[in-house]
Design a protein around this ligand. Structure first.
Ligand code: NAP
Length: 304
């Protein structure tokens, strides 16, 4: 795969240790990589530091933003930057309409700009090849929190996994392999059938009140209100709630607090608990996406 990105101008704007792994890989593949928001001594030999987001975007054919992207004010997540890095409309206007922006999840304003200024926006967090691999450190990170925040073992405990998509399945499997008694709650009959096949107990979401009375650890992966006050009222008073769903999660945290239940919202676990692994996932997937985009006819003529 080496040199396949030869001559491609890539700007990496902010990020964390995951991007450091990605930058190394992009340089190895021959790309010209400009980096904003990292000190010189952190980044791979061969990449160069750029001082501002504007400068980084000016000639870039590919702009890479971090998985968590920006906040609602346009501040790019950049853990090693001394000052805030802003993604503004003025900056975006300088990007070529042939350019590609790659980001985990885009805020509505970036989606709007991609339509207005006609560049390609690739949101990668929801792609299976990223999300399934990311579910591994997410599950391990969630279990790490459970271990740290409780005084019982996972083995022999009663766990409930709510939602049975990419994270839910990996979590249930990992918990089972540690000897936990796992119950899965989901709305889809197909997902519940899979939970049964995996040897888990299972129930519909409306059964949560009765299910939670015997549960030690509940992991929510549904990104909408699920652990309501009504549901929490029936929970085991010693339950630990770990909410993994996109902020603001699916738990009524105020009600949990009022009821004296311990509830933790745990976003961004792959980058926190396994940044090198999570960086390798990016390094594995993003070059292929770039090659795919560049091979589309008019862009390949432009960029050679
Ligand atoms: P997924 O594969 O789409 O699975 C989501 C699950 O939630 C499915 O069972 C889905 O059921 C269910 N669901 C979604 N909306 C629902 C609703 N309104 N009512 C009932 N069930 C609903 O997603 P995933 O990749 O597992 O990710 C799950 C969540 O974790 C997402 O919010 C994701 O952003 C987040 N996440 C967090 C971390 C972290 O570090 N905390 C890491 C990765 C992902 P249906 O299939 O029936 O829709």
């Amino acid at each position: 795969m080496s040199s396949v990105l030869s001559g491609v101008k890539i700007a990496v704007l902010g990020g964390d240790d995951r991007e450091l792994v990605l930058i190394t890989e992009l340089v190895k593949m021959g790309a010209t990589v400009g980096v904003v928001g990292f000190p010189r001594d952190k980044i791979a030999h061969g990449a160069f530091v750029i001082n501002t987001v504007e400068e980084g975007c000016k000639d870039a054919e590919v702009v890479i933003l971090p998985m968590p992207g920006t906040n609602s004010e346009g501040v790019i997540r950049a853990v090693y930057a001394n000052d805030n890095l802003y993604l503004t409309e003025q900056t975006i206007r300088q990007i070529s309409s042939e350019a590609v922006i790659i980001i985990g999840s885009a805020r509505p304003f970036l989606k709007k700009w991609s339509e207005e200024y006609n560049f390609t926006l690739l949101e990668i967090a929801e792609m299976d090849e990223i999300a399934i691999l990311n579910s591994i450190p997410t599950a391990e990170g969630a279990i790490q929190i459970a271990m740290e925040e409780s005084r019982i073992t996972i083995h022999g405990s009663n766990s409930c996994v709510i939602g049975f998509g990419r994270v839910g399945i990996t979590l249930a499997r990992t918990l089972k392999s540690l000897g936990s008694n796992v119950t899965v709650a989901a709305r889809s009959p197909g997902q519940l059938a899979r939970a049964f096949e995996m040897g888990c107990k299972h129930g519909q979401l409306h059964q949560l009140p009765e299910l939670l009375s015997q549960i030690d650890f509940v992991y929510n992966t549904i990104p909408s209100m699920t652990l309501t006050k009504e549901v929490l009222t029936h929970a085991n008073p010693d339950i630990l709630i770990i909410d993994l769903a996109t902020q603001p999660g699916g738990t009524d945290f105020e009600a949990a607090n009022q009821l004296g239940l311990k509830a933790i919202l745990a976003p961004g676990l792959p980058g926190k608990v396994a940044p090198v692994y999570a960086g390798k996932i990016l390094a594995q997937v993003i070059p292929g996406l770039i090659i795919n985009e560049l091979s589309k006819s008019d862009r390949s003529m432009l960029f050679g």
